[in-house]
Design a protein around this ligand. Sequence first.
Ligand code: ES4
Ligand code: ZN
Length: 326
Amino acid sequence: FPDNDFLRQLPKAELHMHLEGSLEPELLFQLAERNGVALPYASVEALREAYQFSNLQDFLDIYYQGAGVLQTEQDFYDLTWAYLERCAADGVVHVEPFFDPQTHTERGISIATQLTGISRALADGQAKLAISSRLILSFLRHLSEDDAIATLQEALPLREHFVAVGLDSSEQGNPPEGFVRVYEMARAEGLRAVAHAGEEGPAEYIWQALDLLQVERIDHGVRCVEDPVLVERLIAEQTPLTVCPLSNTKLKVFAKMQDHNILQLLEQGVKVTINSDDPAYFGGYLLANFIAVRDALDMTREQAVALARNSITASMLSDDEQAGWL
Ligand code: ES4
Ligand code: ZN
């Protein structure tokens, strides 16, 4: 089985992570102090102890509360830069992170403030760490489609900073069919499209994301197994699934890592990748996710190589850019 160094040195891309989900308790406390924000936790340790979730909504409540300390352009820079340093340590060569603009515009922080801080860190990541990146603007599905459209309109003048749109937050009861217009508008602007589907929601939401939103990747997608016809389609079209093993166990999508279906999907021919989702909340960054899958599911070297390779070929890098890592 592949040892940690073997997994670290494999060139890997991370295609599913939320920048706000890489806010470590230490930085969260620092930013709270810097910005004069009162926290309902006495210490870094007390905050970490609160990171016990029984489902997605449990997590989202604490994640949105944590994001409240992010206020200035420098805060968004520091958040993004800390993530990129973790990537460098894990052998991640390319990242396609999400940011959730509505989490911050709701608090009076402009998309320009968010995007300039994030972009400056991503540019430094390329210059100083040789990590390439493409940023994804993600809509919150618990808010209305009109709110998503207003968000897209506010972001379009900063169009050069992001390449795609995504859809995240509370999945059940907020199906993709509610966001057809905003995805149409985004695609008309030349933006690419992905969406979370089939994490807690049913296989039907994966069909909708593919057929109605015309996404090129499904974020999570692990509930596809409940519909064999859908699995056949994902294999035939080689639609990537950006799977997040530690996230899925922390949020009880699977009771334990031994129950996770990622290697079954890989062996069936589905183009699955490994990702960290919200690494500060779920117990580890990309390498920790590879290690957790190896340890629980006896991942072979060949499977590790295939997963790393899938992360490159499922990325939004051009064929020429991908070729350098294959
Ligand atoms: C998320 Cl794990 C997960 N699922 C849906 N939306 C999210 N936003 C941040 N993490
Ligand atoms: Zn996610």
